[in-house]
Design a protein around this ligand. Structure first.
Ligand SMILES: [Zn+2]
Length: 304
């Protein structure tokens, strides 16, 4: 424990809080401990690495545990020892340059889904095609994950094949439903998408953009004109388990890795029209471990 960051021990857990919900199934889900019941790879490798303590990153020399957030490489564990995940869409994370790398959970996504996740440092933002890319960001005009496909298809001109009032699930069943479960079972069997050309499992959605920064910085990035044309998607009724909750922010303000996880889970159920069976749970491989370590430390310190 002593080798983990000091501030990982100090913040309260969200696990006993309740959230008002108008939807009974969501309320039921929120009432459960959100990190329980995940289909995760064994944490034994992380426990052993933690016993050994921090090691020097071979690239930058920084003192790190599990991974180096500066170099985006593993430290003290090998790539064969951690789960690798394939995602049904590409994920871009735009990070504010002032964000403290060590506190960001964006790196978890890059390490666990390396061929599908790209991290950019603001003001570096790629050019996005607005009919294939969405931005996960709350606010007026943001739509739910369920409605993403309908809105995206409305934006495309090639609507002759699809009628916009047909449910997205029906359309996808006829054309696109395949792969997510399969790729999750064989995470290392694929070749990098750049080499073979990326084929989205949830046409026309190809890429989802997340902003990784504190609240004030997030506003600066989200108002960047290059992101204004993107459809905005809001994750509703989810609450954070982050042990570094930002002061004064509601508990629906998610850590980046939580936001990515919940988005993909919703996408899987609503737009791939498949029962969710833990396909992306390992995105929380590091997160859930660190969360449990922090909770144990608080318990033993008598702070619960
Ligand atoms: Zn490093």
């Amino acid at each position: 424990m002593s080798s983990l960051d000091q501030d990982q021990r100090l913040h309260p857990s969200c696990r006993d809080k309740t959230t008002v919900s108008s939807d009974s199934s969501d309320a039921h889900e929120l009432a459960k401990q959100p990190l329980q019941g995940l289909k995760l790879a064994s944490h034994a490798v992380l426990e052993e690495a933690q016993q050994r303590g921090r090691l020097k990153c071979s690239k930058c020399g920084g003192s790190r545990m599990f991974f180096c957030y500066t170099c985006c490489s593993l430290v003290g564990v090998t790539v064969q020892e951690i789960p690798l995940i394939r995602l049904p869409v590409k994920i871009d994370i735009i990070k504010h340059p002032n964000e403290t790398d060590g506190k960001s959970t964006a790196i978890h996504a890059k390490i666990l889904a390396p061929s599908d996740v790209t991290i950019y440092t603001y003001p570096c933002i790629p050019d996005y095609e607005k009919d294939k890319v969405v931005l996960v960001f709350p606010g007026p005009g943001a739509v739910s994950v369920q409605d993403v496909m309908k809105y995206l298809l409305d934006r495309t001109d090639s609507d002759s094949y699809y009628s916009s009032d047909e449910p997205c699930i029906k359309r996808l069943k006829s054309k696109e439903v395949q792969g997510a479960t399969h790729t999750a079972e064989n995470p290392e069997s694929g070749t990098p998408d750049e080499a073979k050309g990326f084929e989205s499992k949830v046409y026309p959605l190809e890429r989802v953009v997340f902003i990784d920064s504190t609240w004030n910085q997030t506003n600066k990035i989200s108002t960047d004109e290059r992101l204004q044309d993107l459809l905005r998607v809001e994750l509703k009724m989810r609450k954070t388990c982050f042990w570094r909750r930002q002061k004064g922010k509601p508990d629906t303000y998610l850590a980046t890795i939580e936001a990515i996880y919940y988005f993909l889970k919703d996408l899987h159920e609503h737009c791939l029209a498949q029962k969710y069976d833990g396909e992306y749970d390992n995105l929380l491989f590091f997160y859930s471990y660190l969360h449990s370590v922090v909770n144990q430390a608080k318990t033993s310190a008598g702070k619960c």
